[in-house]
Design a protein around this ligand. Structure first.
Ligand code: DHB
Length: 397
C-alpha cells in the first residue's frame, strides 16, 4: 500500500471510531413555539401530547443514525413579541433546522419575517388566518384555514336558514370566518341581520350574545378560539335561553372542540358545525390514532383538531427528514413540504397545495350527540371534498 493510501485508510478507521463522517449519528433540532401556560394552555397541551406520541411511535422510521431533538418553548398565548423572541433564540442560539407549533395567528405572522431572513422551514400546526402562508416562502401549513370551514358552512346554512347573525373574535381568524360565512350565506340567498366582533382577551360574551338574541335571527354563526373561550360562549348561549328562543348556534369546529365538550354541560347537544376533524370519526386511521392516544394519556383524554395538527405536522417533518436522509437543506425541505401527501391522516386524505403551501382536506358536517355517555362531534356528512383555501382561490389566482 502506498503511504498516502495507508494514511487514508488509517483516517477512515479513526473517523469510524469517533463516529464522524457519512455514517455518523446526526441530531436534527426542531424548535416548537407552543402555548404551554396561561388561560389557553390546554390548546398547547393538545399539540404537545400529539408531537410526543408521534415521535414515540415513529422514531424508528427515521433514517439510520438520525435523531431528532425537540426544543419546546412557551409563548403563553397570543403574544407576537414573545413568539418572535423565542423563534429568534431558537434560530440564532439553538441553531434549529426547523420551526413548528404556532397556535396563534399574530404569533405566526410575527415569526414569518424571521423564517424568510433565516431560510427557516416553518410548519404551522394551527394558526388559521388565510394570508399567513403568503407572508414567507418558508411557511407551510398542515392545519386549516377558517375560510376552509366557514365558506362551506355558509353554503350549507343558506339552504336551511334565512336570517343569520355573525359574532366573531376580533382578530385574523375571526374576521376570515365572518367574511367567508357572509359571502357564502348571502351568495346562497341568506340575509345577515347583524354582526359583532368580540375581544380576544378576557371576553365577557353575555352582552354580545344579548345583542345577537335581540336581532332575532334563525341562526347565530360564531368563531371564537377553541378552548375555554368556546366553553364560555356556549355557556352564554345557554344562560340567555337562546335555544329556547329558537336561535340555532353554528360555527366552524372551533366552537365545539372535542376536548372541551365535556366542560360544556348539555348545552351543545344538537349543535352542528363544519370542520376537518372530529375525534369521533370512524375512519380506521382515526380509530388507531384515538386508541394510541388513550393508551398513552388515559381513557378520559380526548385529542382535538389541534392534536391532529400536531400529529400531521410531525408526519410532514418526518417526511422531509427521511427524503433528505437527515441532511436538511431549507429549499429542498420546502420543495418536499409542497409535495407532502397523506391519504390516511386521522382526519382523512390530506396534501399540501404546492402553489400555496397550504393544506388541502375534506370538510365534514358534524353534530354534537351523546356517544357512549359522552358528548362527541359525530360526522354526519362530508360536505366539501379536498378543499383548497377558498380565500386564496378567490384572491390569488
Ligand atoms: C387560531 C386560534 C385558535 O384557537 C383557533 O381555534 C383557531 C385559530 C388562530 O389564532 O389562528
Amino acid at each position: 500500500m502506498k503511504t498516502r493510501n495507508r494514511w487514508t485508510a488509517a483516517l477512515a478507521v479513526i473517523s469510524l471510531a469517533l463516529g464522524v463522517g457519512a455514517a455518523s449519528a446526526q441530531t436534527i433540532r426542531i424548535g416548537v413555539v407552543n402555548t404551554l401556560s396561561g388561560p389557553n394552555a390546554s390548546l398547547g397541551e393538545n399539540i404537545d401530547k400529539a408531537i410526543k406520541l408521534y415521535v414515540k411511535q415513529n422514531e424508528k422510521r427515521l433514517p439510520p443514525g438520525v435523531k431528532i431533538e425537540l426544543l419546546m418553548r412557551d409563548d403563553g398565548g397570543a403574544n407576537p413579541d414573545k413568539a418572535k423572541q423565542l423563534a429568534q433564540e431558537l434560530i440564532v442560539r439553538d441553531k434549529v433546522q426547523l420551526l413548528t407549533g404556532l397556535i396563534w395567528t399574530p404569533n405566526a405572522a410575527a415569526v414569518a419575517p424571521l423564517a424568510t431572513e433565516a431560510k427557516m422551514p416553518t410548519v404551522i400546526m394551527n394558526a388559521g388566518t388565510s394570508n399567513i402562508t403568503t407572508l414567507s416562502p418558508y411557511l407551510a401549513r398542515v392545519s386549516f384555514t377558517l375560510w376552509q370551514s366557514s365558506y362551506p358552512a355558509g353554503r350549507w346554512a343558506a339552504k336551511k336558514y334565512k336570517r343569520a347573525y355573525i359574532a366573531v373574535t376580533d382578530y385574523g381568524p375571526g374576521i376570515d370566518s365572518e367574511n367567508a360565512f357572509e359571502k357564502a350565506f348571502t351568495e346562497g340567498g341568506g340575509q345577515i341581520v347583524g354582526k359583532v366582533r368580540m375581544p380576544l382577551a378576557n371576553p365577557d360574551y353575555v352582552p354580545f350574545m344579548q345583542r345577537a338574541r335581540d336581532a332575532k335571527p334563525d341562526v347565530l354563526f360564531s368563531f371564537v378560539p377553541a378552548g375555554p373561550s368556546a366553553t364560555q360562549i356556549m355557556k352564554a348561549y345557554g344562560d340567555l335561553g337562546m335555544s329556547k328562543a329558537g336561535i340555532r348556534f353554528i360555527g366552524p369546529g372551533d366552537l365545539t372542540p372535542d376536548d372541551e365538550l365535556q366542560n360544556m354541560g348539555e348545552v351543545p347537544l344538537g349543535i352542528q358545525t363544519v370542520h376537518h376533524y372530529s375525534a369521533a370519526a370512524t375512519r380506521d386511521a382515526n380509530k388507531a390514532f384515538i386508541a394510541a392516544w388513550k393508551k398513552e394519556y388515559g381513557a378520559k383524554s380526548v385529542p382535538s383538531f389541534m392534536s391532529v395538527g400536531g400529529w400531521d405536522g410531525m408526519d410532514a417533518i418526518f417526511h422531509v427528514i427521511r427524503e433528505q436522509k437527515g441532511k436538511l437543506d431549507p429549499d429542498q425541505t420546502m420543495l418536499l413540504l409542497r409535495g407532502y401527501k397523506n391519504p390516511n391522516s386521522p382526519r382523512g386524505p390530506i396534501s399540501i397545495d404546492p402553489r400555496t403551501r397550504d393544506i388541502v382536506q375534506d370538510e365534514y358536517l358534524r353534530e354534537v350527540r351523546r356517544v357512549g355517555g359522552e358528548l362527541a362531534n359525530v360526522e354526519i356528512e362530508t360536505i366539501a371534498r379536498q378543499v383548497k383555501d377558498p380565500w386564496k382561490e378567490f384572491n390569488t389566482k
